[in-house]
Every structure is written in structure tokens, then in C-alpha cells.
Design a protein around this ligand. Structure first.
Ligand code: AMP
Length: 343
């Protein structure tokens, strides 16, 4: 076993595993033969979503009447413009649950920059094809008024992500994690009464978001099992993101520096060598067309930053290297686990 086997998101993704967009879509021969999987049921309101979930749960219970286990529902919250990263979440939910639900909602509360919200890609038709291939049963795609009646006036009650929402990404994007926590709490509360067991799937790509949402479930006693899925990358190493579609060829090339810098740190950690964050920062800063926001190494659980005194020696515990940078016109994030040195 290599140290990378303990951090599966850093292993290269083999072809044909369903982890790339191409893998998620039906093969052309299959489409021609009419073998395209059925699109998931599309719901637009809370009432429609709950009623579809109740029907699907009842159907799953009937299909497996001999099984005493409760029907499980896997919910995958997304903002649409789906790619192979989202497909990996949906496939994982499909493999682990009786019913798979996906939400598609570009949540205005988590955007600080109005231009980012306005230009965020919206591709519902293509999304439904991808979700058919990945095996979703039902999609919840509400409009803003359905989620926040009276918007743009702020919703009266929102969720605070607390201290974890104020550091790192939260420091760069004030209010972002409060918006994420608010929408995800709503999505869980929409689904929860209609299903016996609720699991919710999130990508390791948004590592701080994952930590905030685990705390959301625990701290507000929401009965949901939060499950994490490794980062899906392009063959060149770029973490797949809906925002990548707004990059031109040069931007896509420049953006590769992010995973290259993280990989250098991970390789050093695996070799038991000092982790040179300054050199990684310089690598990103020297890349044309890229403006570094932050590159830090943090404790994997607490997100407390590790200083030079801890990084100049072999790591005692798994850490996380996080990077955020502007590659105009978008801001990208990525992260990699730095495995603790083996004794
Ligand atoms: P978004 O649509 O960007 O809000 O993302 C929806 C979910 O997909 C989040 O849980 C993300 O962390 C996850 N996700 C986005 N990109 C990737 C990726 N490249 N690999 C794994 N998960 C991802």
C-alpha cells in the first residue's frame, strides 16, 4: 500500500470508471439503439418534490417487500452545469441508495459577486441527460421565489456557519458559507419528512464546505448522513468545476498550476520531506494569468493553519493543502491531502 492509497482522491482516475463526463454520458451506439436511460422526474416546487419522493420511496419499498431495511434516499445538492465531478456523486449515491435525488439551484445567498451569479452557467437540458446516465430518479430544480419567497429581500431566518464560515474561503468570500448552510438546511428539510433514511453527498473538492455541512447536521441535530466523494480531475490534473467552462484555452492551461503546486506539496509529504509552502506559492504567483488568493496547509479536521515550525518536519497527522486563485474571469479552488509520514 502506498501513502496515496490512503488518500484516494489523489490517485489518477482510470478510464471507464464513470468518473469523467464522457463516462457519465451514454455511448453513441447506445443512444442510436434507443438505449438512452430515462430522464429523471423533474420537480419545481417543494410540494412536488416531496410528493415525488414519497412515491419513489413507496415504489422502492414495494419492489423489495421482503427486505426489512428502511428505504434509503441519496440526495446530491448541486448548482447545475453538471460535469464528471457531479456524476461521481450521483453514481456513488446510486450505488448506496434505493432512491437518488439531485437538486439543481443556483443559490444567490452564497454569491458575493453579482457578476459571478449572473454569469454562472445554467444548462438544465444537458444536466438532465447527464443525470439520466448517472442514474438519478428525481430532480428538484426550484426557482428563486420557491426557495426564498419575496427575494431579493433577504430571507428572514438564515443559518450561520459560525467560526468555520469566517476563515480561509469564508474570509475571502464573506457570507458564502452562511448562504451554503442556509440552502442545504432547506434542501435537507424539504426531503427529510418524505424519506425514512436521508444521506447527502458532497465533493471533497469543496473541503471547507464539507466540514461546515457536517457541523450543520451535527450542531442543528438534522437527521442526515453526510458522505464525501473524492475530487474528480481532468487527465491533466485540473479539478473539474462548472466555472472551468468560462475559461479559454490559455486560462485552462494556466489553471493547471494549481494542481501542480498542490501535487508538489503532496509528493514532499509522501516522501517524508519538508513541505515548502513558500515555493508552492511562488510557483502559482509566477504563472501568467493567475492571481493567487491563498495557498495554505491546514489541519484536516480543524482547518487551523500549520506554520513553518510544523511544516519543516515530517507531518505527524494528515494535513490539507488548500489553494484559491483568480484565473480571470473566474475564481478557482482546489485542495489535496498531505498524508502524514509513515513510521
Ligand atoms: P456545485 O454544483 O459546484 O455546487 O457542486 C455540487 C457538488 O459537487 C459539491 O458537493 C461539490 O463539492 C461537488 N463537486 C464539484 N466539482 C467536483 C469535482 N471535481 N470532484 C468531486 N466533486 C465535485
Amino acid at each position: 500500500m502506498t501513502p496515496y492509497d490512503r488518500v484516494p482522491d489523489q490517485r489518477p482516475v482510470p478510464a471507464g470508471t464513470g468518473l469523467t463526463l464522457e463516462d457519465a454520458l451514454p455511448a453513441p451506439e447506445m443512444a442510436e439503439a434507443g438505449g438512452v436511460p430515462a430522464r429523471p422526474r423533474l420537480t419545481r416546487t417543494v410540494a412536488e418534490m416531496r410528493s415525488a419522493l414519497r412515491e419513489l420511496v413507496a415504489g422502492a419499498a414495494d419492489d423489495d417487500a421482503s427486505d426489512a431495511e428502511p428505504v434509503t434516499v441519496g440526495l446530491v445538492p448541486t448548482m447545475g452545469a453538471l460535469h464528471g465531478g457531479h456524476a461521481a456523486l450521483v453514481r456513488r449515491a446510486r450505488a448506496e441508495n434505493d432512491v437518488v435525488a439531485v437538486s439543481i439551484f443556483v443559490n444567490p445567498l452564497q454569491f458575493g459577486d453579482p457578476a459571478d451569479l449572473e454569469h454562472y452557467p445554467r444548462t438544465l437540458d444537458a444536466d438532465l441527460d447527464l443525470l439520466a446516465a448517472a442514474g438519478a430518479d428525481v430532480v428538484f430544480a426550484p426557482d428563486v421565489q420557491q426557495m426564498y419567497p419575496g427575494y431579493p429581500d433577504a430571507p428572514i431566518v438564515t443559518v450561520s456557519a459560525g467560526r468555520m464560515g469566517e476563515v480561509l474561503e469564508g474570509d475571502s468570500r464573506p457570507g458564502h458559507f452562511d448562504g451554503v448552510a442556509t440552502v442545504v438546511a432547506k434542501l435537507w428539510n424539504i426531503a427529510r419528512p418524505a424519506v425514512p433514511v436521508l444521506r447527502s453527498y458532497f465533493g471533497q473538492k469543496d473541503a471547507q464546505q464539507l466540514t461546515v455541512l457536517r457541523r450543520l447536521a451535527t450542531d442543528l441535530d438534522i437527521d442526515v448522513d453526510v458522505r464525501a466523494v473524492p475530487i474528480v480531475r481532468s487527465p491533466e490534473g485540473l479539478a473539474l468545476s462548472s466555472r472551468n467552462t468560462r475559461l479559454d484555452a490559455a486560462g485552462l492551461e494556466h489553471a493547471l498550476v494549481l494542481s501542480r503546486a498542490l501535487r508538489g506539496l503532496a509528493d514532499a509529504a509522501v516522501a517524508g520531506e519538508p513541505v515548502d509552502v513558500q515555493a508552492a506559492r511562488r510557483m502559482v504567483e509566477d504563472e501568467p494569468g493567475v492571481e493567487l488568493d491563498h495557498l495554505v496547509v491546514v489541519d484536516r479536521d480543524t482547518f487551523a493553519e500549520l506554520g513553518p515550525e510544523l511544516l519543516c518536519q515530517p507531518l505527524r497527522r494528515d494535513a490539507l493543502a488548500l489553494v484559491a486563485a483568480h484565473v480571470p474571469p473566474v475564481r478557482l479552488i482546489d485542495n489535496m491531502v498531505l498524508p502524514a509520514a509513515q513510521d
